[in-house]
Design a protein around this ligand. Structure first.
Ligand code: TPP
Ligand code: MG
Length: 554
């Protein structure tokens, strides 16, 4: 037992749980914590200038490191600002301990400035939300929060820290950390059944999900695809690097167009979803994306996802990597030479239309637009993909401008790509800072739409402050192009209100420079690749504002 204050115990517990960075934006209620931060040099405080950015950075860090991240925000308004980013973190299952200072117990009852109950605000987006009411409970709560955040299904947790709890001193039993080994392998019976179903399929298809990235199962998933001669698609929200794109069986990502997905899946008789969100859609359609004849087999460690929306013939709650490691030898032993030959024929039939073949065609189309001004976004994406160093990491939130990026960007390893998971804008600018902190030594390009950039622009300051090697590429089409396209296609109107950023135009180069990030604007398509190479090799933050076509003649 040690006599310790609540504030020191909080940071001591974070350190003991393996937290290396505390992302935060302080206010008066967090001053007790800020007072003791200097006593914990193992915990690097990372200042974000708005709470959405604070949690976005923690999200990026957690996603790229698979480690516990901590973020601290300022009472009710700070938590409110962070909710969109917390929504993203929930979608990507990021293990984050989010805390907020809270008015002293009793004082809050008098409704001082900044007070509101915090637990009900955070609750819908976290695995557990709790307010500490006695300093004696702090170790138990912190330890449980860390364990919960890191145990699959991983995800954020929230702790409210009232001022009186932080100030109190007590003899505390600090406890020890618990890590749950949740690398579940299916039972022998389940593996047999899985192998039987896969080998009996006439034309199986694999949907590759983000758990393949989290657990680093590229090689195993690739081997399975080859063995089965199964077409592979990334899941409909391909927000991580989920499958090696150069694999002959890889055909691209499923779209979020129900009719299109249904047509894509129609020729298949069995769908194996490996660690993904099965056919998550975006905009409503009366069409069911799953053809009724298709047998669904789903392996995921997240039981909520299993059979959630679709009839699933066989659902297995397990770790994808462990499953594949156990399944592959069984399949190899069971597969007949005729079945092997059929699989090889299926694989050969995929070659003319696989990702590599599609890329070559798309490349020619993009090159036809090489001279266009404003720059054609397809040409921009081609140049990005071709100019990046092989070990580069890409963070993407560029909406229509990045439509072509998945066609060109080769996914080589499970850490090379991070995109928007939930649809809630604001991940990209901030997430890049967290990803850069989690993957030191890897050059990083953040490809962001002009509209999206404004949901987390303050992240530029943190990138500059920490001198992180991030090149922000802002695709500036002076508009919310996606909304314009949808107003036309879904509502039959081209009277655009609230979708332009032209009066006045936003000067992203100036914005970056004002926050200490050297920047330049590119208007000539030929200038982009050299600019990108120069920025990426600088080892420091840079911003390139690229003037791209707005899709409506401008
Ligand atoms: C937090 C949040 N607010 C608003 C939206 C609605 N929204 C979706 S895309 C978009 C425009 C994005 O603009 P930009 O990044 O410039 O990409 P572009 O459409 O021009 O390709 C908006 C406002 C959203 N998805 N999330
Ligand atoms: Mg735009």
């Amino acid at each position: 037992m040690t006599a310790i204050t609540g504030r020191s115990a909080f940071l001591q517990l974070l350190v003991d749980e393996g937290v290396s960075h505390l992302f935060g934006n302080p206010g008066t209620t967090e001053l007790p914590i800020m007072e003791v931060v200097p006593q914990f040099p193992q915990l690097k405080f990372v200042l974000g200038l708005q709470e959405a950015v604070v949690v976005g950075m923690a999200d990026g860090y957690a996603r790229a490191s698979n480690r516990l991240a901590a973020a601290n925000v300022h009472v009710a308004p700070g938590l409110g600002n962070a909710m969109g980013a917390l929504y993203n973190a929930k979608f990507s299952g990021s293990p984050i301990i989010l805390t907020a200072g809270q008015q002293e117990q009793g004082h809050g009852l008098r409704e001082p400035l900044l007070y509101a109950p915090l637990v009900p605000v955070a609750q819908p987006f976290v695995k557990w939300a709790v307010e500490v009411t006695r300093v004696e409970d702090l170790p138990l709560i912190l330890r449980r929060a860390a364990k919960l955040a890191l145990t699959p299904p991983t995800g954020p947790v929230f702790i409210s820290l009232p001022g009186d709890v932080l100030e109190q001193q007590a003899e505390l039993e600090m406890g020890r950390r618990t890590r749950v080994d949740a690398r579940m392998r299916p039972s022998d019976a389940a593996l047999e059944r899985l192998a039987g179903a896969l080998l009996a399929a006439r034309n199986p298809v694999i949907v590759a999900g983000q758990e393949l990235a989290t657990h680093g199962a590229f090689a195993e998933a690739a081997e399975l695809a080859e063995l089965l001669g199964a077409a592979v698609y990334q899941q409909s929200v391909p927000y991580a690097a989920q499958f090696p794109t150069a694999h002959p069986a890889y055909l691209g990502a499923l779209t979020r167009n129900q009719k299109q997905v249904r047509a894509t899946l129609e020729p298949h008789d069995l769908l194996l979803c490996l660690g993904g969100d099965l056919l998550r859609m975006s905009v409503y359609s009366p069409v069911d994306p799953l053809p009724p004849h298709l047998t669904v087999v789903h392996v995921s460690e997240r039981d909520w996802e299993l059979g959630k929306n679709n009839a699933t013939e066989f659902a297995v709650q397990a770790n994808v990597l462990e499953t594949l490691r156990a399944l592959l030898p069984i399949l190899k032993q069971k597969v007949s030479s005729e079945a092997r030959a059929r699989a090889a024929a299926r694989l050969a039939a995929l070659l003319p239309r696989n990702w590599a073949a599609q890329r070559d065609k798309a490349r020619l189309a993009a090159l036809e637009a090489a001279e266009e001004k404003p720059i054609d976004p397809r040409f921009l994406m081609l140049r990005i993909a071709e100019s990046l160093p092989a070990d580069a990491v890409v963070v993407e939130e560029a909406l229509t401008s990045a439509n072509a990026l998945p066609q060109f960007l080769e996914l080589r390893d499970p850490h090379c790509f991070y995109g928007l998971a939930s649809g809630g804008l604001g991940f990209g600018m901030a997430g890049a800072v967290g990803v850069a902190l989690a993957l030191p030594g890897r050059p990083l390009a953040a490809v962001i739409g002009d509209g999206s950039a404004m949901y987390g622009i303050q992240a530029l300051w943190t990138a500059a402050h920490l001198r992180l090697p991030i090149t922000y590429v802002i695709a500036n089409n002076r508009s919310y192009r996606i909304l314009k396209e949808r107003l036309v296609s879904m509502r039959g109107s081209d009277r655009f209100v609230g979708m332009d950023m032209r009066d006045p135009a936003i000067d992203y180069t100036g914005l970056a420079q004002s926050m200490g990030v050297p920047a330049r604007r590119v208007t000539d398509p030929q200038d982009f690749a050299p600019a990108l190479r120069e920025a990426m090799s600088s080892g420091a933050p840079r911003l390139i504002e690229v003037m791209v076509a707005d899709g409506f003649g401008g």
